[in-house]
Design a protein around this ligand. Sequence first.
Ligand code: SAM
Ligand code: SF4
Length: 440
Amino acid sequence: MKFRIHTYGCQMNVRESEAVEALLVAAGHVRAESEEDADLVIVNSCTVRQKAEEKAIGKAGNLIAAKKVVGLMGCAVKRLGADVFKRLPKLDFAVGPRAFGLIPRILEEGRYPRLELGEDMVPECMDAHVEGGWQAFVTILLGCDNRCSYCIVPDVRGHEYSRPAREVVAEVRALARHGVKEVCLLGQSVLRYGVRNAAWDQSDAPSPGGYTEAFPRLLEALASIPGIERIRFTSAHPKGCTDELVRAYREFPQVCRHLHLPVQSGSDRILAEMGRHYPRAECLAAVAKLRAFDTEFAVTTDVIVGYPGESEADFEATRSLMDEAGFDNSFVFKYSPRPGTRSAALPDDVPTEEKERRDQVLLADQERRGQKRNDALVGTVREVVAEGPSKRNAARWAGRDGGNRIVVWDASAAPSVKAGDIVRLRITEAHPQILVGDII
Ligand code: SAM
Ligand code: SF4
């Protein structure tokens, strides 16, 4: 069949859609040029907020009449279970976020409707990739055991499971052989790698460099793979920012000096209610530890506004935490109650307009903070991986530095640069979300 996959949600969904694409091509299906041209469309869904779920269900609903086969995969499937067929009566198949590896067989068997939730399944085909890129996502940790009060992820993505380090290393070696230069390791809480189940065969023996913790040890192993020039990872929990992690950042130039550290709130009272298990002081200490060896170290975050009972004082505590931490970028989410989570039993008592106001205030703060952080980089030289023409101005090219900052330059100054090349730029201009530089 000619197929297309339409993806909503986080990087884990992007990665799982890529794996399904590789599996479908291996099974003899063909990527369609456009959605109109496809006989089979799979929608990969998100459910972390209600709006995200509605978008994915709406998209699948619109496709059903027009296509031979429509499938839904991802987090909303696991949340809805068999009810997914009440919402979408003509849907052909639905697979949960850990059951995507079954899709080629479901298509081959052709018995519809079909539902596979997957529960705590570990997909066999975690290492299937589409060839040809210079950048790849690699999932190292499945599921989540943290149970933050507002979050549906543990219900839909199952228990935490660390993939064996030998599998991850083999996958990255194979990617490097196919031209991948940058890998981004994925998990809900990557710093918990190897905590719930051992990731290393000899988990108590220190590594060649003397690392004893599973995640820094993985960074050490991946940094030794020829061809891998950049290693990124996301997300991190403030609790896991250990001295060994900081040592790995310092010792391995391949490990990008960026950490996505979702703090969620700056109010100790709200943090305790959320079940995040750290006070604001611990977040600040983690950021200080990272910037102590490199003041340009980029730290980004997620916060939620309008959590049940969030007062003006709680919100102001979030604002001040974000300023004190000097986050380089931030993603603000308006609280959305998710069925079955602990906080869904609490009244969703911050009015929508107030959530919107708090969102706007934090965005305006971030613009100011981003400008200040970026102003300090004018005159510095950044190593940037070229990504392609800038979306806003085709006369410019864009790429990212190690801190995940977008840097743009005049394309005519370096016409031979291709996507994936590393270029050096001297920064001439700073904006809140973007740097402009001259090719050296
Ligand atoms: N595992 C990551 C962590 O703990 O930081 C985050 C995973 S979640 C998919 C991405 C972000 O969605 C979270 O950091 C949080 O800010 C936001 N989020 C999760 N549940 C939410 C909810 N019920 N309402 C609004 N935002 C939510
Ligand atoms: Fe959700 Fe918390 Fe797990 Fe992140 S750590 S996925 S916010 S439960």
